[in-house]
Structures are given as C-alpha cells and as structure tokens.
Write a new protein. Structure first.
Length: 284
C-alpha cells in the first residue's frame, strides 16, 4: 500500500474531541456454534481493536454460556431464533455492518435460508465468510442479486468451491478470475493467502504485509472483524477493505516479533491490531 493511501485512511481514524460510541459503528457478528464459539469472539475482537463503537455477537441459546465464558466484557450478546429476530435487532439497535459465517454449522439448508433472508433484506456492508459463503457454492451468481454491500473473504479452497473451479486454475490466473467475479457480481472479493488479493472489478489491491506466522486457525475471523469496523469510517468500502487487509497483516508481523513464527495464534493478531494502527497513526 502506498504511503499516501495509508496517510489518507489513517486520517479517517482520528477521533474528534466530542466523539461518542455511535460515531464509530455498531457491528453485528452472526457466527459460531456449540463446537466453535470462539470464531465469533475472534471476529468481535477484530472489530473492537479496530475501533468499533459497539460490537454484538448474535448467538443461539445452545452455546450462549460457552461464548460468554471466553468473551471480552466489551462484547454484547443477542440470542436469536429466526432471521426476523436478527432483522428486528438490526433496525432497532442501529447496526451499521454485519459479519456472517465464521463457525456456523455448514451444509445446512435451514442455515442457508436464514443467511439469505438477512443479506437480501439489508443494504449495509455485509462480510460473508466461511459457512456463510458456502451457502452459495455452485450458485455464486445469486450473490449479485442481494441488497447488501457485499464483501466476501474466501481462501483459495473456499473460492474454488464457490466457483466450482479447480484451485490450480484460479492460481494460474488469480487476478483476472477474482476481478471478473467481483465485477460481474457487484461485490468486493478478498482472496486470502500470502499476498492477499482484493478486487471490486475496477480496482485491485495486492497486499504486501503479513507473515507465515498468521497461518493459524481464526486468523481470517479476525480479518472479518477488522473489515466490519473499517467500513464504518468511510463511504469508500474498497478503501476500507484494503486498509483492513493491510492492518491485519501488519498486526501479524508485530505479533510474530513477540511470539515467534510458530507461536502466533489468532487472538495474538487481534490484540496487536491497536499497535498496528498506532504505528500508522504516528507516521501521519
């Protein structure tokens, strides 16, 4: 990322003296399950450490106690049963961005119906990841008919299943395939990996931060949380997404300096987001 672009976004993170929490967005994280309650917590940590004013973790009642036990006290909880519960909450609590997917039970037609009800009904930024994205495997064209400002964050294997194209084919022409897909479906695609690639079709970004130390479970959940926070400080969603990817990688680099290449876990990345942002802000 160019120095000018870094300074530009960093200036948007500076807070006015009379700020209050609703100035910095309310993120809703719809994630987790009884076997993976931590996925949503990592998303929430990513959002909180990136500056979100409020973060709510939407959970089923069958793992509420598990999620609360491993949560930070700043995370709020909302127990839901139906998509209508979620949509009512979004409206009444002024939710400004949503993460859907990490840790949710996959390959479930009921879950997919639930997810589609939400993303077809809202017009705010939605970060669709993991099981949320898997609901569109083989029917990726349906993504362009949603009302949400959609950001998808697949790794290579997930993107391969989504498009029903072999991973090797994508790797051989990554830039064109990702850019074409993003443009046709009117979304932003974040193809995660070494040198994460981001495209909205007309604009592309190849990331230059990060380390192999970040190859650990939950790293992508943290990224989804960062994106969900940054989309609330600018109208330029592509700018927010690219800066989130940049900061995610930088936080991983900082974590590695302390924990070593093999010792970094996803929560380490989350806890170093603030130091990555501080480093950027000091350069302004």
């Amino acid at each position: 990322m160019k120095e000018k672009e870094i300074r530009s976004f960093a200036s948007k993170l500076k807070r006015k003296p009379d700020s209050y929490k609703y100035n910095y967005g309310h993120v809703l994280v719809i994630a987790g399950s009884n076997t993976m309650p931590g996925s949503g917590i990592l998303c929430c940590l990513g959002a909180l450490r990136s500056g979100s004013g409020l973060v709510t973790y939407a959970v089923r009642d069958n793992f509420l106690d598990q999620a609360c036990a491993i949560s930070k006290p700043e995370v709020m909880f909302f127990v839901y049963r139906t998509a209508t519960d979620i949509l009512d909450f979004i409206k009444s609590r002024k939710v400004t961005s949503i993460v859907i997917g990490p840790g949710l039970k996959a390959d479930n037609s009921v879950l997919c119906k639930f997810i589609k009800e939400i993303i077809y009904a809202v017009n705010i930024p939605v970060i669709l990841d993991a099981s949320g994205l898997a609901c569109f495997n083989g029917i990726a064209g349906e993504l362009k008919t949603t009302n949400a400002k959609l950001i998808i964050t697949p790794h290579l294997g997930e993107f391969s299943k989504l498009l029903n194209i072999q991973s090797a084919v994508i790797e051989n022409d990554r830039k064109k395939i990702v850019a074409d897909f993003a443009e046709v479906n009117s979304l932003i695609c974040v193809l995660k990996g070494s040198n994460t690639f981001v495209s909205c079709g007309k604009k592309n970004y190849k990331n230059n931060t990060g380390t192999p130390a970040m190859a650990t479970a939950g790293s992508g959940d943290v990224l989804s949380g960062i994106i969900s926070s940054f989309v609330n400080v600018t109208d330029d969603v592509f700018e927010a997404v690219t800066f989130a990817v940049f900061i995610h990688g930088l936080a991983g680099e900082i974590a590695e300096k302390d924990k070593g290449m093999t010792g970094v876990i996803a929560s380490d990345i989350a806890e170093n987001i603030c130091y990555a942002i501080k480093q950027i802000m000091m350069k302004r």
